[in-house]
Design a protein around this ligand. Structure first.
Ligand code: ATP
Ligand code: MG
Length: 267
């Protein structure tokens, strides 16, 4: 190329060089963002791994203490007369100890292989027991509990305590979202062919912001001051351990709906 041509092309070359630099800077920025996200994922994974590691021994210690509470309340119940007022209070202690034991069991399942504890169970029965459990708190905060449960649903082969505590976690979230008044609706149904069974838990709470919707099943994601952010993570793990699926739909200002789906399988 002669000197004259070189001079004419110089501004164009500079422009192309600057454009290439800008493109490279853009790519570096994208890579940096990806690296930051990967670092966050890794930190979250490390936390989960640590939790999985320490959970069994912590749970073991808590279970020992629960054993003491349970045997003490059994002893008190055995010496109380059937019509004594305190009986109800001690029975409540006993029931709650059992509930905590079941919750701990489902947390433990995150850390180790699930033993095969599956049994034929009724989804409606799970709903009834969860609804019963949250009844008192719901009344306190003016929340109605509605149940629309299909009759003659097939039984499912599930780890019942794990699924029950998942449904309980979801129902507690619904209660917490409502604060003062509203409704929680449980609905069970199967698809036309009877191959899949569904449970919906819907609330009339404030809903979940779209940018949070994809995070709610991640470990440690919480928007609550004292939340652990493990409720939905462990619920999802338990549902998936039972070959189910869990999804959530939500609209700000209208409420949220969790949908659990299980395949019915051979009877
Ligand atoms: N029904 C709901 N309505 C509105 N937000 C919800 C609902 N369910 C879950 N969320 C959102 O998802 C987050 C994660 O829920 P998750 O149950 O995993 O943890 P948490 O409730 O914050 O803590 P923890 O269950 O340990 O008390 C909540 O902090 C909340 O922001
Ligand atoms: Mg929760």
């Amino acid at each position: 190329m002669d000197e004259q041509n070189e001079k004419t092309l110089a501004p164009e070359k500079n422009f192309l060089r600057r454009a290439a630099d800008l493109k490279m800077m853009e790519e570096i920025q994208i890579l940096k963002t990806q690296l930051d996200l990967a670092k966050k994922d890794l930190a979250r994974f490390e936390k989960t791994k640590t939790l999985a590691h320490v959970a069994p021994s912590v749970v073991h210690d808590i279970r020992n203490s629960l054993g003491v509470i349970s045997s003490t309340s059994q002893f008190v119940l055995s010496i109380l007369k059937p019509d004594e007022k305190e009986r109800q209070a001690w029975e409540l202690v006993q029931r709650n100890v059992e509930n905590i034991k079941n919750l701990l069991k489902s947390y433990l399942q995150l850390a180790r292989e699930v033993e095969n504890t599956k049994q034929k169970c009724s989804m409606n029965e799970i709903v009834n027991s969860v609804a019963h459990f949250i009844e008192i708190q719901a009344k306190k905060q003016n929340t109605s509990i509605e149940k629309n449960l299909a009759e003659n649903l097939p039984l499912l082969n599930l780890d019942m305590p794990a699924i029950e505590s998942s449904v309980l976690n979801i129902a507690i979230n619904a209660l917490e979202s409502l604060e003062n008044q509203g409704a929680i609706k449980f609905r069970t149904y199967s698809d036309e062919k009877g191959e899949n069974l569904f449970l919906e838990i819907e609330d009339t709470g404030p809903g979940i912001a779209p940018e949070n919707l994809e995070k709610i099943f991640s470990p440690f994601f919480t928007t609550k001051k004292t939340g652990t952010g493990m409720g939905l993570y462990s619920a999802k793990a338990a549902v998936e351990n039972n070959d189910g699926k869990i999804t959530c739909t939500s609209k700000l200002g209208e409420g949220s709906k969790m949908i659990l789906e299980f395949s019915v399988g051979p009877s």
